[in-house]
Structures are given as structure tokens and as C-alpha cells.
Design a protein around this ligand. Sequence first.
Ligand code: ATP
Ligand code: SF4
Ligand code: MG
Length: 325
Amino acid sequence: MLQVEDLSIAFQTAAGPLSVTRGVGFSIAPGERLGVVGESGCGKTVTGLSILRLLPRRGTEIRGRILFEGRDLATLSEPQMREIRGRDIAMIFQEPMTALDPVFTVGEQIGEAWSTHFPGSRAEVRERVIDALAKVGIPLPARRHDEYPHQLSGGMRQRVMIAMALICEPKLLIADEPTTALDVTVQAQITDLLLEISERAGTALMFITHDLGVVAEVCTRMITMYAGEVVEDAPVDDALIRPRHPYTSGLLRSLPRLAERRKQLPSIPGRVPTPAMMPPGCRFRERCAHAAPGCELEQALAPIETGRRVRCARATELHLPGAIA
Ligand SMILES: Nc1ncnc2c1ncn2[C@@H]1O[C@H](COP(=O)(O)OP(=O)(O)OP(=O)(O)O)[C@@H](O)[C@H]1O
Ligand code: SF4
Ligand SMILES: [Mg+2]
């Protein structure tokens, strides 16, 4: 359904073009749930935004192809793209308050998302919105319909965002850290809700998150991003139990749940290189405990097994610890 091919994004800055992703490629099948993980600054959000063409036009250079149901999104006009946004592909963000307009009721805002794509009388739209609110588990949906965002808790606002994203029953939902602004208990509820909706409606998910526990629970595939590149792409169970890239393994080892059994939380030494200071060769090399001669060369994202690709010279020879060590 979605195919991202060789996507490279660069921003124009005073110091010249700054490349933030390079050669990113992955695909999402109908109903598939793809987790996208990686430390801060790895390019997860810009990749998600580029799919919906939401990056600033000026000063952004995008290369590669994004195919949705066979159509290259870059070739569509802005009105054609607006047709797709919300109806076929929807996105939810980390901070629900910034995405909701304080001066309109939640019902008006969700209704607008529907009316942009489909005709209907006011009464019909209202009924649909109330139904959407009920589907995302909002109690007393008819009353909430007429309330303003500030009258709702953070968890309820995120549910409103999800209702707005899902009202047109999109084929793909891109969720960018949808729970990080919420309490831990509410996080679990929202995560469960997204999984339930995806299973019930067959909605494909691109779930961007720092939380590998969430990926384990929700997703069917996972890509690991590092310094603007995809370094591993695998079915979730394979990636979690037997990671093939040292960075994926490092992320798994720093999962808090696993560390409880250990004395100290193992963390990956060093930090992600900044786009302006990208090292040559394997971009993870300076932090990698397995670096060896050959790693100073550029690494390709190479298939190593069916349905699995890894960007590491030593992928097939290393035995790396996963979530179940
Ligand atoms: N408009 C922009 N102009 C210049 N640089 C940008 C812009 N937007 C993002 N970047 C840079 O692109 C890189 C990737 O950013 P991105 O937001 O995609 O990271 P991320 O993986 O989503 O991180 P996080 O986990 O913190 O959300 C970062 O180095 C960021 O500073
Ligand atoms: S290519 Fe070398 S440095 Fe890079 S992740 Fe693999 S082993 Fe580590
Ligand atoms: Mg982000």
C-alpha cells in the first residue's frame, strides 16, 4: 500500500544544505502495523511528515519516491494531496493541545475533518462525530461533542485527535509519539485503543515511538532508524528476540523492563551524530562495540533473510542479545 523508496531529505540552512535522512526505504502492507524506533533526531518525524507532504516547502529538498497505492505522492497537485490527507492517510501527533483549536468545540473540529471529504447535513455530521467519539472510548459523547478542548483531560484530548484522524476511516494512520505527553496509565489505554482500532477496521499503522515495549505489543514489523538511515527492517518478533544490528540490540538492552533484572541500565555509549557532523562509513561505528575493519566503508541495507534487511557489515556473523536474552 505504501512504499517509500530511497527517501533523502535535506533542509536548507545558513551553513548550506543539511541532510537529515538518506536512502530511507520501507513499505507498509494493508493492515500492517509498522513500528519506527530510534533515538531522538534520527529522522522519524521528518519521514512521517514527508509522506503527507507536511514538511515546509521552502528550503526543503526531498529526493526519492513515496508511492501510495501505486501513485507517486510527489507528482500530485496540492488539491489531490488534500484529498488523500485525512481520507486515505491520517496523522496524529505527540501534543494534542497544539493540534486542536481552542476556539472551536471538539465536535466542530472533528466534523470539519469529515465534511472536508464527504457531504452531509449538520445533523448527519453530528451523528457521525458522536459515533466517532464513542468509538474511541469517550464517555457521554453527545455532551463532549459540544465542549471545548480545554474542558477535556490530556488523555481525552488525545482520544479526540484519534477520533478526528479516524473519522474518514483512513487506510493508513501515522502516529508520531502519540502517548509521550500522557500519564503512564493513559498511555497504555491509548496504545490499546490504537491496536484495537487497527485490528477492528484493518487500518495500517505507522507507529513512531521511543518505546520498544509498545512496539512489541502493537506492531507486526519494525524499522530501526539511526542517524537518518534505516539500519534494520524486520518482523517484530525477529527484531526483538534476535536483533541483527548492534544498534537495535543496544536499544533493546536499555529497555527499562529488562533492566529491572539487572543492576544497571545498560545504555549505548556516546550520542547520535548530528546531521552536520555525519561520519563516513557506518554511522554507528563510533558507538559500536563490534566495530571492525570494513566498518569504515559505506554500509548498504542488505537482505539477510526473507523479509529482513540490515545495514551492517557483520550482521550475519554477530550473535547479539535481544529482549529475551
Ligand atoms: N525544519 C527543519 N529544519 C532544519 N532541521 C530540521 C527541521 N526539522 C527537523 N530537523 C532536523 O532533522 C533531524 C531529524 O529530526 P526528526 O524530528 O525527524 O527526529 P526524530 O527522530 O523524530 O526525533 P525525536 O525522537 O526527538 O522526535 C534532526 O536533526 C532535526 O534537528
Ligand atoms: S557495520 Fe560495524 S560499526 Fe557498524 S554496526 Fe555493524 S559492526 Fe558496528
Ligand atoms: Mg520526532
